[in-house]
Ligand binder design. Structure first.
Ligand SMILES: NC(=O)c1ccc[n+]([C@@H]2O[C@H](COP(=O)([O-])OP(=O)(O)OC[C@H]3O[C@@H](n4cnc5c(N)ncnc54)[C@H](O)[C@@H]3O)[C@@H](O)[C@H]2O)c1
Length: 433
């Protein structure tokens, strides 16, 4: 039976390597579509949690995980030996940056080494991790062909970028069109058939490099446009104009404009990281990317700008930062998720501690927070807590917060997300970015 036929009748066995924000939702999606899926994960604690039916990713409810486990459609393991038994292997491992901001593809290489060890005829391997253009062809292909098997003839290899937006209920795995670029047309075709089992729109591209580059362009586009909105916020501050009103006004144009929001800085595993995969590769090929460096520079000034807003607001109320009681609302890098990787809140809270402030935080998605020299537990939001504070600092606009109560009971509010839109308070009590 051909691989394509096994995929179409759902008898193909699927392994998803890396069970994080990307890998777990994908594994569950294929399991729900009727495949037998193995989640391969190096972190033993994660494997144990998954096998207990406990999800640690907010987009995957534990009940859904339990259903696919009970239906014997999903299992998790750390045993790389299972790879050789699979028909399709999808790599969803992390791609961080080194301290030097160069790409660190060591997780991809480590996972691919295990795949190469058990590679056999008839397997499809897809890389989903965001990475620099050329990774699939220059790094994976030679590793997989070393044993004598040929891509497009014996096995299939493709790149298909993950575009999931954690915490976004409108666009889940199913609703987000997939890009697929294979080493050969046969590789592209098989990978496209695979993704059509769970996604309604799949676009076939001419190569893995185009697919790798499109993903980097998408995220660089976000980074640059967020930086432009952030710079507009800095300009508006100097002009005494509301940046939010300006952006909302511009957004009434029905063509040629797309609204991006300023904020306390960028976070997560993608926007602060991915553009550097592109500029690194460009540099190796003799071109110095300019927008990427500038956008990063502007985005990284934002936590300092927020500290300036806090300091000025306290100063206007006759209080120094030292000893001030600051209630931070939201520490996740964006609304609706518990991801604190690269979150600007970390830098802001660390600096507030360094300046002698007392800090408590509330975040329905982040129960504890460890910073150098401090371990914080999320406080319970109530009127007393708001009244305890000298200043409430909104860093993440979680839907779970009662902004009316925040504005009603906190003596001072600094809002970096326009979460208090439409709410009013006596002069100077709400400071907006
Ligand atoms: N988080 C997002 O919103 C998002 C969106 C699109 C693309 N991506 C990209 O997807 C990739 C994965 O990101 P993520 O957010 O899911 O990361 P994550 O850290 O949440 O999950 C990765 C998982 O892989 C595991 N892992 C690492 N090496 C492994 C190995 N050799 N074998 C098995 N498991 C291994 C880790 O323990 C971890 O559980 C990255 O390249 C990222 O840039 C992420």
């Amino acid at each position: 039976m051909s691989l394509q036929a096994k995929i179409e009748d759902k008898s193909a066995r699927v392994a998803i390597v890396g069970q994080g924000y990307v890998g777990l939702p994908l594994a569950v999606e294929f399991a729900q579509a009727g495949f037998r899926v193995t989640g391969l994960e190096v972190d033993g604690a994660r494997v144990a949690a998954l096998m207990r039916g406990e999800s640690y990713i907010s987009d995957v409810p534990s009940e859904v995980l339990q259903q696919v486990i009970q239906a014997e459609r999903f299992t998790a393991t750390s045993d790389v030996g299972v790879l050789a038994e699979q028909d399709v292997i999808v790599l969803c491992v992390p791609t961080p940056l080194r301290k030097s901001k160069d790409p660190d593809v060591s997780h991809i290489v480590a996972a691919a080494r295990e795949v190469a060890r058990g590679l056999r005829s008839g397997q499809l391997v897809v890389l989903e991790s965001t990475t620099y253009p050329g990774t699939t062809e220059e790094v994976l292909l030679p590793m997989f062909e070393e044993g004598g098997l040929r891509a497009g003839h014996d096995f299939f290899l493709a790149f298909s970028p993950e575009r999931i937006d954690p915490g976004n209920p409108t666009f889940r795995v199913k609703e987000i069109p997939k890009l697929v670029g294979g080493i050969t047309p046969a590789c592209t075709r098989v990978a496209a058939v695979f993704y059509r089992q769970i996604v309604s729109q799949v676009f076939e591209l001419s190569s893995p490099t185009v697919a790798e580059l499109s993903k980097l362009y998408e995220n660089t586009f976000r980074s640059v446009n967020i930086a432009l909105a952030n710079e507009l916020a800095l300009i508006c501050r100097h002009l005494g104009v509301s940046v939010w009103e300006v952006i909302e006004a511009a957004a009434t144009k029905p063509f040629g404009f797309m609204a991006f929001s300023p904020g306390p800085g960028i976070g997560g595993h993608c926007i602060p990281v991915d553009p550097f995969y592109l500029s690194w590769k460009a540099r190796l090929n003799g071109y110095e990317a300019k927008f990427i460096a500038l956008a990063d520079e502007i985005n990284r000034t934002m936590p300092r700008f927020v500290l300036e807003l806090v300091t000025d607001a306290l100063n206007d109320a006759g209080k120094p930062v030292k000893g001030a009681r600051i209630l931070v609302l939201g520490v996740a890098y964006k609304r609706g998720v518990g991801d604190i990787r690269e979150s600007p809140a970390l830098e802001i809270i660390e600096e507030l501690f360094r300046r002698g402030a007392q800090v408590q935080y509330v975040d329905p998605f982040v129960p504890t927070l460890t910073l150098p020299g401090h371990r914080l537990e999320a406080a319970r939001m109530n009127r007393e807590l708001l009244q305890w504070s000298d200043l409430a600092l909104i860093l993440t606009d979680h839907r779970e917060f009662d902004y009316e109560a925040i504005v009603g009971h906190a003596p001072l509010v600094v809002d970096t997300r326009h979460a208090t839109r439409g709410l009013t308070a006596p002069e100077g009590r709400i400071v907006r970015l």
